[in-house]
Design a protein around this ligand. Structure first.
Ligand code: UT7
Length: 334
């Protein structure tokens, strides 16, 4: 027998306020046409001033707990992927823990920007497989609007706020059972940190700072690095693109997604895309797209998912997951 982390439930939350491209034109020298053509984005959600990353994270977590029909008390580990924590310290995950009353084990944040959710899944999966707990709550949550420079039209139109969550539960599986998180693949190249960064922080400037990006360079690396990590994860599992039910790519730019799926020969019908409605929500991008597709019935138990994301660092990664609960090994009522 081997240990596997199965993905038993998902949840998400978007702030109520929707800002369309047209509305942005009142603040920034841009156009709906430019934003749609260059990115695929039509609108984004922005948190109000009193709505913090932890609030979004807690709401997404509650949705996942409701779906799983489990009590927060069974959670042993909370990992929050975020670039926009409520405070410099302690971790946003500590607020999530307190609000949910999930005091069994540890709660901490992970910072890998837009790749944060994949990193958080990898960490939680490895904790569970190592026997350090049986249930993990993994959240990607951002109030990325706080980092935007409204004088920089090349970045401020691209991002939005939101949160998504998944619950992982460890099972003893037969080595041939291909359920749950099958593999994760993480990469970082610190030499590329200057093409996407925030120009502030408690140590460097004592301020929060704003997003700075060389869009063309990031675009180029996003296409090549995501294509290569998708290849790597397929190969590691002896799979071909045909075996995948859904590719869940980071929702940064429709043109990046199109370039990758053209290269990889993955049909558009197998790709979850939510960028038009959410824009780029950084660490929340993958779990938001996943939760929507689970709730509207596109993603079903037994489907094979390939998640991939890239962001500042550069940090990128992918994960292969067979979604849902294998009926023979565990059920919600246990
Ligand atoms: O999650 C992290 C990962 N981030 C990404 O993956 C983002 C990757 N990069 C991109 O998505 C694209 O590079 C952008 C969407 C950021 C930019 O698209 P682009 O096709 O690379 O445009 P560009 O930067 O080459 O700019 C083309 C033109 C420029 O005008 P000129 O010099 O040709 O006259 C820009 O000044 O578009 C202009 N422009 C805009 N015009 C209207 C740039 N931003 C805007 C804007 N509205 N918001």
């Amino acid at each position: 027998m081997i240990k596997r982390s199965i993905m038993i439930a998902t949840g998400s939350y978007l702030p109520e306020r929707v800002v369309t491209n047209e509305e942005l034109c009142a603040w920034v020298n841009t156009s709906d046409n430019w934003i749609r053509q260059r990115t695929g984005i039509r609108q984004r959600h922005f948190a109000d001033d009193k709505e913090l990353t932890s609030h979004l994270a807690i709401k997404a977590a509650r949705h996942a707990l409701e779906m799983a029909k489990i009590d927060a008390k069974v959670i042993d580990l909370i990992v929050v992927a975020t670039t926009t924590p409520d405070d410099t310290f302690p971790a946003t995950a500590t607020k999530v823990q307190k609000e949910l009353g999930a005091f069994n084990g540890a709660a901490f944040d992970i910072q890998a920007v837009c790749a944060g959710f994949i990193y958080a899944i990898a960490v939680a999966d490895n904790f569970l497989k190592a026997g350090q707990g049986s249930t993990a709550l993994v959240i990607g949550a951002e109030t990325f609007s706080r980092l935007l420079d409204w004088k920089d039209r090349t970045t401020c139109v691209l991002f939005g706020d939101g949160a998504g969550a998944v619950l992982l539960r460890v099972i003893d599986a037969n080595s041939k059972d291909s359920w749950g998180v099958l593999s994760t693949h993480l990469h970082t190249d610190g030499c590329k940190r200057d093409i996407l960064y925030v120009d502030g922080g408690p140590s460097a400037t004592k301020t929060v700072g704003h997003v700075r990006m060389n869009g063309k360079e990031v675009f180029r690396h996003a296409v090549s690095k995501l294509s290569s990590v998708i290849d790597e994860s397929l190969e590691a599992n002896g799979l071909s693109p045909n075996d995948i039910d859904w590719l869940i790519p980071h929702q940064a730019n429709q043109r990046i997604i199109d370039s990758i799926i053209n290269r990889m020969k993955i049909p558009t019908e197998k790709v979850l895309v939510s960028i038009a409605r959410h824009a780029n929500t950084s660490a929340a991008s993958l779990p938001l797209a996943l939760d929507e597709a689970v709730r509207d019935g596109r993603v079903c138990a037994g489907h094979l998912l390939l998640l991939s994301a890239i962001g500042g660092g550069l940090a990128w990664g992918a994960g292969v997951v067979r979604f849902g609960i294998p009926v023979h090994s565990w059920c919600y009522s246990k």
